[in-house]
Design a protein around this ligand. Structure first.
Ligand SMILES: [Zn+2]
Length: 50
């Protein structure tokens, strides 16, 4: 799990990384403004999920 920041509206949200997939070229749609952005480069920190 990562904390990512939308570069458009600057809101923070969680991102669940899929098993077996890298972060390269991964995109996420912002839940606040609806625009998509690249995960890589917008990660604030990783969150440990147990
Ligand atoms: Zn946004």
């Amino acid at each position: 799990m990562f904390l990512v920041k939308c570069p458009h509206c600057k809101q923070n949200m969680k991102y669940q990384k899929m098993k077996g997939y890298g972060l390269k070229d991964k995109r996420k749609r912002c839940v606040y403004c609806g625009r998509s952005f690249k995960i890589k480069g917008n990660i604030l920190k990783s969150i440990k999920d147990n």
